[in-house]
Design a protein around this ligand. Structure first.
Ligand code: AVI
Length: 317
């Protein structure tokens, strides 16, 4: 087993603080979804993925299980595999034996989970070199340990691109071409547009796990940024906005209250919300068009028989 060393570029609490202060000062109030993923939030997200209403994870897994060999045929074996938002690393395990990458670089903002999953990966695949990078992958990444002549396959699972605004998504995909290089490829998963009732249910699971995940962002403000805020003073709200083609998650204030952070006070009226996340859904054609405008050609798309979810293999054009 090769030794696993963490490359640690976790954003400082000073930069998180700045984003929080700017978000709470905005109208309407917003908080960045990356705040969801501290250790507790990452665990809650894994539990969301197990809820019967949350179809994306099991559908993506089924697509990968069914098509892993063909994905490897088209994406190419023996590349350096980078995974953005690697989480517990459940999905990538379905690809590893097929892709047989030279090196695996999981990139995630949740340090504890990244460390644990990278260690487990190195133990379970003794032929694999694992280089975990703890970072916000929206910022520039320091990956100078990857030899320049190594071909790269970037895997962006979970439909996380849907958490970006469409303009940001395009800019992000454009930037990723710098990571794949001209010879590399991008394997990216995207949740599809469908019956809004099914989407609403996925973000309002009966067990209340998504609600706990959403409210954890306030716990995070308390724990990591010393904020004075009462999570019980808020309720979870999530709904599909058909016009915008996205799920919106909010924390709605149950009454008049004040959040205090870093010596600043932010007042909320009863019913006022903090917008915590958007999750855009695309049709296959909409996503292909976005990818084309970001400078990629589509090599192949895989989907399930109910057309709930899609996995795209793209190559810089
Ligand atoms: C990580 N991301 C793709 C998830 C989503 O579905 O947008 C995050 C999530 N939020 C609520 N449930 C899951």
């Amino acid at each position: 087993m090769s030794e696993v060393r963490l490359h640690d570029y976790h954003p400082s609490s000073a930069s998180l603080m700045q984003e929080v202060l700017a978000g709470l000062a905005a109208t309407p109030k917003v908080l960045p979804p990356k705040l969801f993923y501290d250790q507790h939030g990452a665990q809650l997200f894994e539990r969301i993925c197990e809820q019967s209403e949350y179809y994306p994870t099991r559908t993506e897994i089924a697509i990968l299980e069914r098509h892993a060999e063909e994905i490897a045929d088209l994406a190419g074996r023996g590349a350096c595999l980078l995974e953005l938002g690697s989480g517990a690393g459940v999905k990538v395990r379905l690809l590893l034996e097929h892709l047989r990458p030279k090196m695996y670089v999981p990139i995630d903002i949740s340090r504890a989970q990244l460390r644990a999953s990278a260690d487990a990966m190195a133990q379970d695949y003794d032929w694999l070199e694992v280089h975990p990078v703890c970072a916000d992958y929206c910022r520039s990444l320091h990956l100078d340990f990857i030899p320049d002549d190594e071909r790269r396959l970037v895997y962006f699972p979970g439909s996380t691109l849907g958490n970006f605004e469409p303009g940001e998504a395009r800019a992000f995909l454009e930037n990723l071409r710098g990571l794949t290089g001209e010879e590399g490829a991008l394997l990216i998963s995207i949740d599809l547009k469908k019956d809004p009732k099914r989407i609403d249910a996925a973000y309002n699971d009966k067990a209340g796990v998504t609600a706990a995940f959403n409210l954890n962002i306030l716990g995070r403000l308390q724990r990591d940024l010393g904020a004075e805020v009462d999570p019980a003073g808020f309720r979870h709200q999530a709904f599909y906005n058909s016009q915008a083609g996205r799920v919106e998650m909010h924390l709605v204030s149950r009454g008049l209250q004040t959040i205090k952070v870093d010596g600043q006070r932010f007042q909320l009226e009863e019913g006022e919300s903090i917008h915590t996340e958007n999750s855009y859904k695309y049709s296959i054609e909409e996503f292909r068009d976005l990818a084309r405008r970001a400078g990629y050609r589509s090599l192949r798309v895989w989907t399930d028989s109910d057309h709930l979810f899609s996995v795209h293999l793209l190559q810089p054009a």
